[in-house]
Design a protein around this ligand. Structure first.
Ligand SMILES: [Ca+2]
Ligand SMILES: [Ca+2]
Ligand SMILES: [Ca+2]
Ligand SMILES: [Ca+2]
Length: 407
């Protein structure tokens, strides 16, 4: 699921930087690409969520992708986009990723389903089905960013023993390359951030995601740098982390030096924070938890130029999230904020996204709350605070799966 994800502060900065580079000499000036998540193109990220259990076109659990437009107050109007041919039990929207693939000023969305991936085009009024690709992996992990820096958003999706790279262009996404390292589940966890510090987003991929009780191993984390020629294993480097039970990875500039650092969530109660040197990582800082850190997000909610780390902690019937502020060397030893108000059987934090939906200087924390028996809410915490908390949902329906996936 898209439980794993995203240092969006870095992504936003990179996109803005690239826009200034402009078009190649002689080419017609192109529109400025939309910021990730900005479907309606007003400069603010919109709340995008999968609704994998939604009935669509009369088909049970066909799934859909929903968008609520951003603003100082996020619009309560849910705009639902479904596949052109909904399929029962396809669960479209289990994983979602966003970038402006065709550079028309509206962010687009790529979504995973059962043995299929689907592209939706952004517009002033919401998302519309564009095209789909048959896919060997169900609920394939994916990420989107402008990896080659041409202004068109690109995407990567886990395939069969490889990561498939799609290049953005005038007509949207086209398959352009594959990345392999011999691991059967290469790309099982994917993250994006500018690890190298050249203002181009880089891809981070693990060899597998552990299946309990016995994780296979050893784990390997690979950084594939963004490059004008596209993503290629020839430029990749990798390391073996201290743990093999890595369940999620996020890349974000926690230390504020312009290079995205990594945080790795491990299944047995620890998070490893690895400061990027631009071409490697030092000794990790370890955060210990009594329960299971399940997924991570990173973004600068405090506005101090350092991304903050959010950890979703899962304990039996309880779920909550904790925020660790970025510091010069990693993150604070203790949580500086705790999001635990509605923690019983809510699955709060099952999906998390840091995005600037208000369009101000600070990043907002978006958290999914699907519920064990169905709640179907997205919580918008402005600047990562309960003050001004907004709840988004699809009418009174609660069995739609909303809250289980965010970009
Ligand atoms: Ca918007
Ligand atoms: Ca677009
Ligand atoms: Ca591109
Ligand atoms: Ca880079």
């Amino acid at each position: 699921m898209a439980l794993w994800r995203k240092g969006l502060v870095v992504g936003v900065a990179v996109a803005a930087g690239i826009a200034l580079v402009g078009s190649p000499a002689g080419a017609a000036p192109k529109k400025r690409p939309a910021l990730p998540g900005d479907v309606n193109g007003d400069g603010r990220a919109d709340v995008i969520a999968g609704a994998p259990l939604l009935k669509a076109g009369g088909k049970t659990d066909a799934g859909a992708v929903v968008v609520w437009f951003g603003g100082t107050k996020v619009s309560a109007k849910a705009r639902i986009a479904i596949s052109s041919k909904p399929v029962a039990k396809e669960n479209l929207g289990q994983v979602v990723a966003t970038a402006d693939f065709d550079r028309d000023g509206h962010a687009d969305v790529l979504a995973s389903a059962r043995k299929r991936i689907v592209v939706f085009r952004g517009s002033a009024t919401g998302l519309r089905f564009s095209k789909s690709f048959a896919w060997p992996v169900t609920n394939a992990p994916m990420q989107a960013a402008d990896f080659n820096g041409d202004g068109y958003g690109d995407a990567v999706v886990q395939g069969n023993k490889e990561i498939v790279v799609f290049k953005g262009g005038n007509k949207g996404l086209t398959k352009s390359a594959t990345l392999k390292n011999g691991a059967a589940k290469f790309g099982a966890v994917l993250a994006v951030g500018d690890v190298t510090g050249d203002r181009r987003p880089d891809l981070v991929a693990t060899n597998f995601r552990p299946a309990y009780p016995e994780p296979t191993g050893p784990q390997r984390v690979t950084v594939i740098p963004g490059n004008a020629k596209g993503l290629a294993m020839a430029r990749a480097w990798s390391f073996e982390p201290a743990r093999r039970d890595i369940v999620d990875v996020v890349a974000g500039d926690l230390t504020g030096d312009g290079k995205a650092d990594l945080a790795l969530a491990t299944g047995e109660g620890g998070v490893l924070v690895q400061k990027s040197s631009g071409s490697g990582f030092g000794t990790p800082q370890t955060l210990a938890f009594d329960y299971y850190p399940a997924n991570l997000a990173a973004g600068d909610v405090t506005g101090d130029g350092r991304a903050d780390l959010v950890v979703h902690v899962s304990a039996d019937n309880h779920d909550w999230a904790e925020l660790y502020s970025g510091t010069a060397t990693g993150v604070t030893k203790k949580a500086s904020r705790k999001y635990d108000r509605e923690n019983y059987e809510t699955l709060f934090g099952r999906a998390m996204w840091m995005a600037n939906v208000a369009g101000d200087a600070k990043v907002d924390f978006i958290a999914g709350m699907p519920g064990v028996y169905g709640i179907g809410e997205i919580h918008v915490l402005p600047k990562g605070s309960y003050t001004g908390l907004q709840r988004l949902k699809l009418g009174s329906r609660a069995s739609d799966g909303v809250g289980s996936s965010l970009p």
